[in-house]
Design a protein. Structure first.
Length: 201
């Protein structure tokens, strides 16, 4: 009984400390987060995934800048079939090959990737193109150099989307992409996909 009481006191103390820390913790993007939360309040919903079972569908996706496959796993668990991933780091590629054995894998620079070597756009229907282009040039953890060549790899994401014209696409990145170079990268990304017929947010 004493141990339970002590444990409850400890849990309450930890909870209060975490809440106080969160309440007063500020970052460079605290204001931006609030602004984005208010702007897109009705465009997302929270999903409890604890009791969800992966469902199968006939929808296919490819993952660009796939890393170790975290985004792939989430999309796969949502019921999509993974067709292909693209990743430059050899050890990440080995992880992808081990965890997604039925998928095709391109291990190399996306700049050198040829879509036609891996699929036939007329035969192989891709419903979703997802990916997270490199964030190092945008992130406040880095130098935020507008001339960092990795900043422009979103154009390969765009080219692949344009070549496949999937039903929808996802690009994931850090908040710094919105502010770097007075927002020019963010605007170019949004405009480039709008021009090929997509509604973006």
């Amino acid at each position: 009984m004493i141990m339970n009481s002590q444990m409850q006191m400890f849990q309450t103390l930890v909870k209060n400390n975490i809440e106080d820390d969160y309440k007063y913790r500020k970052s460079k993007y605290s204001g931006l987060k609030i602004e984005l939360d208010n702007l897109y309040r009705d465009s997302w919903m929270e999903v409890d995934t604890k009791n969800m079972e992966p469902k199968k569908s006939k929808m296919n996706f490819i993952d660009l800048f796939a890393g170790a496959g975290g985004m792939s796993l989430g999309i796969k668990n949502a019921g999509f079939n993974k067709f292909l991933d693209i990743e430059i780091l050899p050890y990440a590629c080995e992880t992808l090959k081990r965890n997604f054995r039925k998928s095709k894998h391109y291990c190399g620079d996306i700049v050198d990737f040829n879509l036609n070597d891996y699929l036939d756009p007329k035969k192989d229907k891709i419903h979703l193109v997802a990916g997270g282009p490199p964030c190092q040039g945008f992130s406040i953890a880095g130098k935020r150099n507008p001339k960092d060549q990795r900043n422009f790899l979103f154009k390969k994401h765009h080219d692949i989307v344009e070549g496949l014209m999937p039903d929808f696409f996802v690009i994931e990145n850090v908040p710094g992409i919105i502010t770097l170079n007075k927002g020019s990268f963010y605007k170019e990304i949004m405009d480039s996909f709008t021009k090929i017929g997509y509604t973006v947010s």
